[in-house]
Design a binder for this molecule. Structure first.
Ligand SMILES: C[S@@+](CC[C@H](N)C(=O)[O-])C[C@H]1O[C@@H](n2cnc3c(N)ncnc32)[C@H](O)[C@@H]1O
Length: 278
């Protein structure tokens, strides 16, 4: 576990093809091309020792809903692919390379500071390859952090990329229907997930977060600017029109949360912190 970070990411050719094929995009039109090119300069986790077939088989059969079976980011298979999982860290590092001295990993540390220090049970919904959850687990060593994602592929990568952190565990599940009991969790985090969900799923995920949080528990919702997705040429985002209209504070309020405060600790990502009322 936790393999040496030594490899360079080999960018698949279809990334370039989809970028060139799409003309409908706002300025700067070369933004995605720049990201894809610089993915090759990022240090990539080494997954060469991973037995993907064996690890994926351990998850068994999962019924994925249609909203989730989309070719997100123009990756064939979307999140249900090795390509998405293997390239995730490098893509995030490339996208945020100018926004923090430690790029996306640095942004995740800033976001982790929004989780209350007294939290002892933290659930990260839609954890991807786990870098945000890992930052929280390192910062709060007395907390038990559960990182949940729908994609077995992302979770295989997460367990290798962020292995060896004693208070961090990964599990497969849907953010809108988790196994956690009512009022059993101190803090829920949701990072860069909602721009990839239709509005109905955003509502269901917030209802689930509200259900599992104890009274007084903390919600941290972080994501990218509403107009941001329109500037990534060739980066398929099925719900980007809904994202333009999304009002995070209103959704959080309508789900029953209170004390809703906007935070700007990790620009260009925005965050809202809220509490489940006592
Ligand atoms: C852009 S990635 C962000 C991952 C991570 N939170 C981060 O900050 O890097 C979105 C992740 O959300 C997951 N996801 C999307 N919808 C989900 C759902 N309904 N339930 C669980 N995971 C979901 C995807 O599988 C993917 O790993």
């Amino acid at each position: 576990m936790n393999p040496a970070i030594s490899k360079r990411y080999a960018v698949p050719g279809w990334h370039y093809e989809t970028i060139q094929a799409e003309s409908d995009c706002v300025e700067p039109k070369d933004r995605m091309l720049r990201v894809i090119r610089s993915m090759a300069d990022q240090e990539a986790p080494d997954f060469s020792s991973v037995d993907w077939d064996a690890e994926l088989a351990a998850f068994g059969e999962v019924d994925f809903p249609a909203y989730y079976r989309q070719p997100f980011h123009s990756v064939p298979g979307g999140y249900l692919s090795r390509a998405a999982a293997i390239g995730d860290r490098c893509a995030m590092e490339a996208i945020y390379q100018d926004d923090h001295p430690r790029r996306s990993l640095g942004l995740r540390e800033e976001l982790g500071s929004l989780v209350p220090a007294e939290a002892r049970t933290v659930v990260d919904l839609g954890c991807g390859t786990g870098d945000a959850a890992a930052a929280i687990a390192r910062r709060l060593p007395e907390a038990r952090v559960t990182a949940l994602d729908a994609s077995p592929f992302m979770l295989v990568a997460a367990r290798h990329q962020n292995g060896g952190i004693a208070n961090l565990e990964f599990e497969q599940g849907f953010a809108e229907a988790t196994r956690f009991e009512d009022a059993s969790v101190d803090a829920v985090t949701i990072t860069l997930v909602f721009h990839e969900c239709p509005d109905e799923i955003k509502r269901r995920v917030l209802a689930e977060a509200h259900r599992i949080l104890r009274p007084g528990g903390s919600l941290t919702l972080s994501d990218t600017a509403q107009e941001d997705l329109q500037s990534y040429r060739g980066f398929y985002e099925p719900y980007k029109e809904q994202w333009l209209e999304f009002d995070p504070a209103a959704f959080v309020r309508d789900a029953g949360f209170a004390e809703i405060v906007a935070k700007n600790v990790a620009p260009p990502l925005w965050s809202f912190v809220a509490r489940k009322p006592l």
